[in-house]
Design a protein around this ligand. Sequence first.
Ligand code: OGA
Ligand code: MN
Length: 213
Amino acid sequence: MTALPALGADVFSRTPSALAEALHESGACWIAGWPNAAQVSTLRDDLREVQAAAGLSPAAVGHHKDRHLRSDIRTDSTCWLDDTRCGEPARTFLAQLGDVRTMLNRSLFLGLDAVEAHYAAYPSGGGYARHRDRFHDSDARVVSWVTYLNADDWNQEDGGALRLHLKDVQIDVRPVAGSLCFLSELEHEVLPARRERFSIAAWFRRSADDRRR
Ligand code: OGA
Ligand code: MN
């Protein structure tokens, strides 16, 4: 694969699921223009309100006893969307991800029984070193999802690409105007941006327990 399969916002009404097919064939898929610009700006405003109320916390790496802050690995601050500090836009989005989960299960029989998601703000110059979203002692996370909440004036020079490391190629995804879905076993990294960078990261999981919080 030299480029990511790209689908449009109609992906949710197509049967059989084009998203499931793309994931099955390529391991990753870009969904252009979803959510739409109006919803993105509502979500970004909500994230900013949580941030202004000091509701974002520095993100940790690892889980359970291995969980610790490592600003040399990742610099984002996060708030889980089911936290009461998040507003209605977060709850609506989480419900939409629940529908995506149902759709993936119908087509791929993955037995995904939960979805978790957080807002993330990366300060200018920050990033997230190359990693997998699966913890070394758990295969609960099966499918990863990232929705970008940056405004349309985000330029190539602003950086902040999500770099996906596939078998023989690297693919850089500009963090704007869409969502990326990929298998959680794939390695990826967030390259430094020269302005603050906003996203929602989500995981479709095989078991509802064993959460990282
Ligand atoms: C993560 C992650 C990617 C992004 O939170 O695990 O890889 O583009 N985020 O925000
Ligand atoms: Mn990740």
